[in-house]
Write a new protein. Structure first.
Length: 271
């Protein structure tokens, strides 16, 4: 099965599995990060996992909205573009795809560094870490990347190295529905692919805004699950980007991606 077929599984059926993990996980998974829910600069990567990722991903900065950022991704030149998905040993590699919502957020931050300069930023569902990297490049005072997949965290460290950055802290805890942290800005891309997860995000983001006056930016190309959710009425379009041809092909015809500002009403439901 080619990776294009695998991508179809990721885009459709397997997203339900990932959403279930986001809803249920209370601590990081085992693998080589067992009992480690936070990764900070200076930690060494597991040599076996590092070697696997370096061997089975390609360093690229083309075909996306942010040529300034180099990333390790799965491309047609990688072995697992052609291999059966079940042969990948570390779970579905959602992090190895540079999703269009994340691309839009990263492009916006690079073009508008004032959005993050001197501020604390949480990158929720960080994946390959591109948006967190963009925030560091643009002068953020503090960046925390969050993804429940420990392999994504390791890939982020490699991607920081590629861009000559000191690794930022990474947490692999499911922080949705936990105590809202005091962040100046929360960014999240391509997270609204499941209604129950979207409901949880909606409530948690509302709480962050109410308690800490946090600003929230969401990257999404306008998928049905996103636009049909009740959160849509509280979003304001900030900017829309035309996607490069390669990204369009990867995402089955999506032609653009949008950065949205989340501005809920003053009435909040804590139930």
């Amino acid at each position: 099965m080619a990776f294009r077929g695998w991508r179809w599984l990721l885009l459709l059926g397997r997203q339900n599995t990932l959403a279930e993990v986001w809803r249920s996980r209370r601590a990081g998974p085992s693998l080589c990060w067992k009992r480690r829910c936070h990764w900070s600069a200076g930690k060494s990567l597991d040599p076996e996992v590092r070697a696997f990722l370096e061997e089975n991903t390609e360093v690229t900065n083309s075909g996306h909205l942010t040529p300034e950022i180099r990333l390790r991704l799965l491309t047609p030149r990688c072995r697992f573009w052609r291999e059966k998905p079940d042969l990948w040993p570390y779970g579905d590699p959602f992090w190895a795809i540079y999703w269009p919502g994340g691309q839009a957020l990263s492009r916006y931050i690079l073009d508008n560094p004032r959005v993050v300069k001197g501020r604390s930023v949480l990158d929720l569902g960080s994946g390959c870490g591109a948006t967190a990297i963009a925030a560091v490049m643009s002068g953020a005072a503090q960046v925390l990347a969050n993804d429940i997949d420990p392999i994504a965290g390791m890939a982020m460290i490699l991607n920081c190295e590629l861009n000559h950055l000191n690794p930022f802290p990474i947490t692999i805890k499911n922080i949705i529905n936990s105590e809202a942290g005091n962040w100046d800005l929360i960014v999240l891309g391509d997270m609204f692919y499941d209604e129950q997860l979207a409901d949880g995000l909606h409530h948690w983001l509302q709480k962050s805004i109410r308690i800490h006056q946090t600003e929230v930016l969401i990257g999404d190309p306008g998928r049905h699950q996103f636009l049909s959710h009740s959160i849509r009425s509280q979003l304001h379009k900030v900017i829309e980007y035309s996607l490069p041809e390669y990204t369009r092909q990867e995402n089955y015809g999506l032609t653009s991606s949008i950065v949205w500002s989340y501005q809920p009403s003053n009435s909040f439901d804590d139930s």
